[in-house]
Design a protein around this ligand. Structure first.
Ligand SMILES: C[S@@+](CC[C@H](N)C(=O)[O-])C[C@H]1O[C@@H](n2cnc3c(N)ncnc32)[C@H](O)[C@@H]1O
Length: 209
């Protein structure tokens, strides 16, 4: 059972574990997603990318930020289950043409270089197959000088790991931060911010010019 949950945390599928894990994301991760969007300081004309959107919780917030301008919000996720769920949950917003979802991995992002003004991901870097390839690819698609935000709850992730549900991921923030510095990002910081009466951990980095 732990193995099954672990696999579905990495890539939710259509079975019962994928269903339960996706429900868990909506219930527990709303604040993590909302905090990421908040930290991105999205302007109405921004091109925004979320990596590993899961059920698509963060998109509603990001959509509100660009709804009155020419900005658009894009997402990539490797899971067909997450892709279908987000498409269902965001039907109305996708209909406006301002949200675009793709089934793709962070190591192969089908966008031109220097496309995005802001990139965020929540509970996701743990699962990337090759950290340096992923970060280099993110650096390719972000505009120079712009920021990338990752959010998580480190205490919660440590608990999830302790109970054996992180068999397919590595939560170590240092590993991610070292890769950011190695692959074109600077001003890499990790901080804990109070957000809506909870605490959220955030790793923020800027893309080198
Ligand atoms: C733990 S879930 C988090 C979902 C959502 N961000 C949240 O916090 O509720 C991780 C998500 O990242 C996706 N994912 C895992 N590896 C990925 C990769 N290499 N590229 C893009 N998405 C990936 C999974 O399919 C899943 O939807």
């Amino acid at each position: 059972m732990r193995y099954l949950i672990s696999r579905n945390l990495k890539e939710p599928n259509n079975g019962i574990a994928g269903f339960l894990v996706s429900k868990f994301f909506v219930k527990k991760n709303s604040i993590i997603e909302t905090a990421a969007v908040h930290l991105c300081n999205i302007e109405p004309d921004y091109q925004v990318l979320e990596v590993g959107f899961g059920p698509g919780i963060g998109f509603k917030e990001a959509f509100n930020k660009v709804s009155k301008g020419p900005g658009t919000v894009h997402g990539i996720d490797i899971s067909q289950k997450s892709f279908n769920l987000a498409n269902k949950n965001l039907k109305q917003e996708i209909g406006t043409g301002k949200i675009k979802l793709h089934l793709a991995s962070v190591t192969e992002i089908s966008y031109d270089s220097c496309t995005f003004d802001s990139i965020f991901h929540c509970n996701c870097y743990y699962f990337w197959p090759n950290m340096d390839d992923a970060v280099a690819e993110l650096h390719r698609v972000i505009k120079p000088g712009k920021s990338m935000v990752a959010t998580l709850s480190l205490p919660r992730m440590k608990l999830i790991k302790k109970f054996g549900f992180m068999q397919h991921g590595n939560i170590d923030p240092e590993r991610y931060m070292t890769s950011l510095e190695k692959n074109g990002f600077y001003d890499v910081v990790m901080k804990t911010i109070p957000f809506e009466d909870k605490k959220v951990d955030a790793i923020i980095a800027k893309a080198r010019k």
